[in-house]
Ligand binder design. Structure first.
Ligand SMILES: *Cc1c(COP(=O)(O)O)cnc(C)c1O
Length: 430
């Protein structure tokens, strides 16, 4: 059925670890071989075997306009006339920095990098340099790229010292990362008591996407802002996923919280590799060459990548863009929920703007522990049933799905119908 994908994957497994260049692409959580895509157009992907899918992964978030938006393609073609990289300063990077700082008043200065991972690693370095402290605090289930300090997820208990999630992360470094349950205010208060004036930074996804979509509880971000301010701890919002996604100004605009540092990625590259970190001038001015904190990049501010981002942001600023994303995604999320209820399949749907997750659990999902109550076998069955009906969802229960401006009401209706059939199959125990 998917003969060419299977053939490619067989070859790839001899050439690349697990056959892939990023782990979750391997479909391990849902079974079966990964699908090799050949082409994207609007909300759709076509694979190498000629099958077409409505895409709710959208390159894991960046493609908020859908695939091959004509204006983005045209802008990229224009850059191709001039060159692909100069390793010098170029006009477009100044414009992107201007657009980002206008949209995010907490970013007085910004540095462009090539990925979200680079952005978070660099932001942490700035926070440690600025505070002269080493310890950082993160939340279980939040993903901040694969930098050593951030690949840690402690067991329960406030003062638990971090254990590396990945071999290869030095214990000495992992021990500097304290991990708490997301949305747990009592644990937060306790951590700030135990580690009083010792925390360089708290980093979080203000709306989590990487354990599936989990919004912040009422008052959680506010209390975090107060505690960090009181103790001189740098508050880092990792908005690599939420930036220009949950609203143009990201989660910080939506929840009206001003972090000290922010990391961006995904949407700001419009499908090409761009990341960014920025914040207060007093912090960012510590970065080389204006200060001693070193961070550099051969391809940073790359004109092709920056141009795709700039055009994407320009289109997102047009009236009605976020209203359309909100309306489409609300319809989809409510449609999925009601079809599940109709089929008597227990689900919880979390959504903020155009990111959402359908969890196969009857419980509210507010943190990693509750996310883990999901029935991942059911999710896998559901995922495969959707795939067979031309709908491509993220191949893991613990990922956010996305809607783009290219999706139409008909796409959403078709998806709800396919999901209804998938739920009915699940209810029959298949
Ligand atoms: C995707 C993501 C990252 C990592 O970005 P890469 O470009 O994959 O390195 C970091 N933080 C969050 C919140 C993300 O969603």
């Amino acid at each position: 059925m998917a003969a060419r994908s299977q053939e490619l994957f067989r070859k790839a497994t001899r050439l690349m670890p697990g056959g892939v260049n990023s782990p979750v692409r391997a479909f391990r959580a849902v079974g079966g071989d990964p699908i090799y895509m050949a082409r994207g157009e609007g909300p759709r992907l076509t694979d190498v075997d000629g099958r077409t899918f409505i895409d709710y992964v959208l390159s894991w978030g960046p493609l908020i306009l859908g695939h091959r938006h004509p204006e983005v393609m045209e802008a990229l073609a224009g850059v191709m006339e001039t060159g692909t990289s100069f390793g010098t300063c170029t006009p477009a990077e100044v414009e992107l920095a201007e657009r980002i700082t206008e949209a995010y008043p907490s970013l007085e200065r910004v540095r462009l990098v090539n990925s979200g991972t680079e952005a978070t690693m660099s932001a942490l370095r700035v926070a440690r340099a600025a505070t002269g402290r080493d310890k950082i605090l993160k939340f279980e289930g939040c993903y901040h790229g694969h930098g050593d300090s951030l690949l840690v997820k402690a067991g329960s208990g406030v003062a638990t010292l971090g254990l590396p999630d990945s071999p290869g992360v030095p214990r000495a470094l992992a021990e500097l990362t304290i991990t708490l349950a997301f949305n747990d205010l009592a644990a937060l208060e306790e951590a700030f008591r135990v580690h009083r004036n010792e925390l360089a930074a708290v980093i979080l996804e203000p709306v989590v996407g990487n354990m599936g979509c989990v919004p912040p509880a009422e008052g959680f971000l506010e209390r975090l802002r107060n505690l960090t301010a009181e103790q001189g701890t740098i508050l880092i919002f990792d908005e690599v996923m939420t930036g220009f996604r949950v609203s143009y100004g990201g989660a910080q605009e939506l929840y009206k919280i001003r972090p000290d540092l922010t990391t961006l990625g995904k949407v700001i590259g419009g499908g090409l590799p761009v990341g960014a970190y920025g914040g207060k001038a007093s912090l960012m001015d510590q970065v080389a060459p204006s200060g001693p904190v070193y961070q550099a990049g051969t391809l940073s501010g790359n004109p092709l990548a920056v141009t795709a981002g700039l055009k994407t942001l320009e289109i997102l600023r047009r009236p009605g863009a976020y209203e359309k994303l909100e309306a489409l995604t609300r319809t989809l999320a409510e449609g999925l929920r009601s079809r599940a209820v109709h089929a008597e399949v227990a689900v919880t749907v979390n959504r903020v703007g155009s990111m959402f997750t359908l969890f196969f659990t009857p419980h509210a999902v507010t943190d990693y522990t509750s996310a883990k109550t999901s029935d991942t076998a059911r999710f896998a069955t559901f995922f495969r049933a959707l795939l067979g009906r031309g709908v491509y969802f993220p191949p893991s229960q613990f990922e956010a799905a996305f809607v783009s401006l290219a999706h139409s009401d008909e796409d959403v209706a078709q998806t709800i119908k396919a999901a209804g059939e998938a739920f009915a199959r699940l209810a029959r125990g298949k």
